[in-house]
Write a protein that binds this ligand. Sequence first.
Ligand code: NAP
Length: 262
Amino acid sequence: MSADPAVPAGRAGHVLILGGTTEARRLAEALAREPAYASSYRVTNSLAGRVGSPVLPPGETRIGGFGGVEGLAGWITAHGVTHVVDATHPFAERMSFHAAGAEALTGVPTLALRRPGWTPGPGDAWTFADDLAGAAAVLPSLGGRAFLTTGRTGLHSFAHLTGTWFLVRSVDPPQGPVPPRMETLLARGPFGLAEERELMARHRIDVLVTKDSGGEATAPKLTAAREAGIPVLVVRRPPVPRGVACAESVEAALRWLGGTRR
Ligand code: NAP
């Protein structure tokens, strides 16, 4: 990637990246790698602290919540942040609204970096649900052996389904109420097509449940499901805050950083 000429010399900026995603890490890597950005911006990566041993991006890292909108706004002001990039997961709904609220309070420009969602293609059999509870309501009509990839935190939504067997894949072990018939697979993406094919065949999966996370790292499961004729239950993304600047790629976020100087 070439240096952006819109970035002036002098390390005048401080970028706060609200992270926990591949895109957040890739943005931090690009800012550290490109001399024009590295010399212009101090970078702080913020992680929620949900994952036991996170992969830390380059730059400074802080871990844990800010304490709501006011806490985030206070942190931004106290640390001289000039740009905020909300690169949290598309399903990290609360943090995105907090970022938008902090922009309103502080006036510090904020960008929502959201990878595009997935769209079904020929041969796909997708059913959509508005949330995890909606997915749990329709799941028994689609299959009896589910590959559940929606993360460990929402498992309570499926805990009442006694007739469904679940293969649950998550980075850290599930906590709280879980379905009674369940096997857990602890793994961190990216996942390849061959391993997804093998996994689904070995466990005789007949329905895949996923959030519409988008991105390439976890997309091969969708291809494997299509190939095997397995239906996919897709949980739609939550709403995004109105009026916030948006970018769909790390490259677009870099251009925004280059062009948005205070
Ligand atoms: P959430 O519901 O939107 O956020 C809950 C609270 O966690 C926020 O109010 C905030 O606490 C804190 N928080 C969230 N992201 C943070 C960050 N990057 N830095 C500091 N504090 C943060 O978020 P979530 O769904 O629990 O997700 C937590 C993290 O996991 C996010 O960073 C997200 O990118 C990542 N992640 C989420 C998913 C998913 O499906 N939800 C999937 C993959 C990765 P305060 O109010 O105290 O500031």
